[in-house]
Write a protein that binds this ligand. Sequence first.
Ligand SMILES: NC(=O)c1ccc[n+]([C@@H]2O[C@H](COP(=O)([O-])OP(=O)(O)OC[C@H]3O[C@@H](n4cnc5c(N)ncnc54)[C@H](O)[C@@H]3O)[C@@H](O)[C@H]2O)c1
Length: 243
Amino acid sequence: MKIAVTGGAGFIGSHLTKRLITEGHDVTIIDNLDPYYSIARKKQHIKDIEMQVGTVPFIQLDLRHEEETRQLFMDQRFDIVYHLAALPGVSYSVEQPLPYVDYDINATINVLKAAGESEVNRVLFASSSSVYGNQNNGAFHEDMRIGEVESPYAAAKAGAESFCHAFHKLYGFKMTILRMFTVYGPWGRPDMAIPKFTRKLLSNEPIEIYSLDSARDYTYIDDCIKGLFKARATICHLEHRFR
Ligand SMILES: NC(=O)c1ccc[n+]([C@@H]2O[C@H](COP(=O)([O-])OP(=O)(O)OC[C@H]3O[C@@H](n4cnc5c(N)ncnc54)[C@H](O)[C@@H]3O)[C@@H](O)[C@H]2O)c1
């Protein structure tokens, strides 16, 4: 299968790329090496993939650019697209909400449209548990209402999900939305709590905790990748609902 991983130079995307290559897929990374965190680190992710599983085509492209995105998809004719590229980070989105419209909604529309026009068979979108907002009634499940969100990041993901539904209807490609719960593990994103706490502990600094009332579910990266990998070939809950 010819598979594109957008955001493949990032934390989850680089792990996913390794898994897909190991399973014999023809994978292309599309990433703009965004400076949200260290570019050197993103390049290191790609080196790590190459050291472990061999070379991987890497296309440096900013998916906010509609025409370049469309052209790339028309040239490459991917079978499957994992769309992971995004501006992450709940706290940063509170400080700087506007870029989330560009990165997490507009770029997603460009990817969905380009996928439809180039006859991609399946798109998998990396959404987030944050779309559920704060619902204190036990374990979350896919049928719960979404959209009563608590951050611009979550609002952008919830909005992008709606575009996934719309473009699935317009073009007929299979659409899978995965709402991931905070992911941790090797190469974990440096702005997230576990790497931040670890750095502070190692340098003997106090850890800042914002609220003792909040709770969060964490997912180990290998489990997350297992889910992402299996979803490429599964009829998912949302697909049933789309029919
Ligand atoms: N890490 C988590 O706990 C978590 C939880 C839920 C959802 N997600 C979602 O999963 C996806 C991957 O998250 P991550 O933690 O690996 O983040 P990450 O920042 O490590 O990876 C995202 C990658 O996307 C690239 N990118 C950003 N904007 C782009 C653009 N306009 N064009 C091309 N590339 C662009 C970045 O350069 C980066 O390499 C994101 O969509 C994120 O919102 C992550």
